[in-house]
Design a protein around this ligand. Structure first.
Ligand code: TXA
Ligand code: MG
Length: 321
């Protein structure tokens, strides 16, 4: 079996309705979708991804009204964030309704909800009368896909249909926000910057994105986003790096180009220093560096602000281990 790659939204909806796996474009990354109310279909996601079953899934629908019906309770902050940022790169973790299978929530009493901001995702979600469970469409632990081709390369033999919506505009997974003990908490840094969340709410939020043993959100596992090769983070403090001619260097803006202009393989996430452009390029470049003939990849951290926080998070994890 090899997946059909197509732009046909109606066929994608029909496959989902039949309980099949369909890769779906979103503004963040491609998702591996299945009917969230069909446990057999959801089980297929875990098999296709080799995903540990402790890792819960996000469910998607086309509007706040359609997705919020799967929660029992909406805290004020959650409502404000939904009003401000849906559709968009935000996931809200809220108390789940019984109709959502335990397999989706990995036995938790909460469920992760999202309304993607992509015309093709919107169109297919409009056509189905169930929520679509969709993790990023990559094998567990690897870099998330931002084109239909990325999905086909890694999962093409394991799924039926890839809905092609072009390259993902944001390029980083959604920011995940939950409300443990009533405290608004970021579980995963992502495509919606922290600053935007705090500005919307008018107060600071808690951040709990690291845990190596019992991850709240497995995007929190330290080693994740693996490009399958040694990656080293450069800091501005160290004056000297033993960069070999065959190594690759991944830069941002004008740093560290000046120091390493002699390195043979220099790539730039955004020459103009634009964080949104860097985010959109990140996963394709990690893939390219992972499959390229470079013994090691040196990366420089980005400014720790806006989307730079989520990009740095992915770079650190890619470099871990
Ligand atoms: O942008 C995105 O969020 C993409 C697109 C496809 O929507 N999806 C995505 O899914 O990144 P995934 O499965 O790769 O990451 C979802 C994260 C996981 O780290 C999971 O642990 C967390 O969401 N999550 C899901 N349900 C949760 C829950 N009830 N409590 C805490 N974290 C949860
Ligand atoms: Mg993922």
């Amino acid at each position: 079996m090899s997946a059909t790659i197509s732009t046909d939204v109606t066929t994608a909806a029909r496959y989902l309705t039949k309980g099949k796996l369909v890769a779906i474009p979103t503004e963040t990354v491609y998702g591996l979708g299945a009917n969230a109310l069909n446990e057999t279909a959801v089980a297929g996601i875990f098999t296709a991804k080799n995903r540990p079953s402790f890792d819960p899934l996000i469910i998607h629908q086309s509007s706040a009204v359609r997705v919020l019906k799967y929660t029992k309770f909406i805290p004020d902050d959650a409502q404000k964030l939904a009003d401000a940022f849906w559709p968009g790169p935000l996931t809200l973790v809220l108390p789940k309704q019984e109709v959502i299978p335990d397999l989706v929530s990995a036995g938790l009493s909460t469920v992760a909800l999202r309304v993607p901001d992509h015309p093709v995702a919107q169109a297919v979600l409009e056509l189905v009368d169930f929520p679509v469970a969709a993790p990023s469409a990559n094998p567990f632990g690897f870099v998330s896909p931002t084109t239909a081709r990325h999905v086909a390369d890694q999962l093409g033999e394991r799924i039926d249909f890839i809905l092609d919506g072009g390259p993902c505009r944001v390029g980083l997974e959604s920011t995940i926000v939950g409300f443990p003990a009533g405290i608004t908490t970021v579980f995963r840094k992502g495509g919606l910057p922290l600053e935007a969340i705090e500005e919307c709410l008018g107060h600071p939020v808690a951040i709990r994105t690291h845990s190596s043993s019992q991850p709240e959100a497995p995007g929190m596992l330290t080693k994740h986003y693996s490009p399958g090769k040694e990656m080293l983070i450069m800091t501005k403090i160290a004056a000297f790096y033993p960069i070999q001619p065959a190594d690759a260097v991944l830069c941002f803006g004008n740093w560290p180009l000046a120091d390493h202009a002699s390195a043979a393989h220099v790539f730039n996430l955004s020459k103009s220093g634009d964080l949104a452009e860097a985010a959109a390029n990140l996963f394709s470049m990690l893939r390219m560096l992972g499959s390229g003939d470079y013994p090691r990849v040196w990366v420089c951290p980005l400014p720790e602000e806006g989307l730079g926080r989520a990009i740095n998070d992915r770079l650190w994890r890619a470099a871990a281990g």
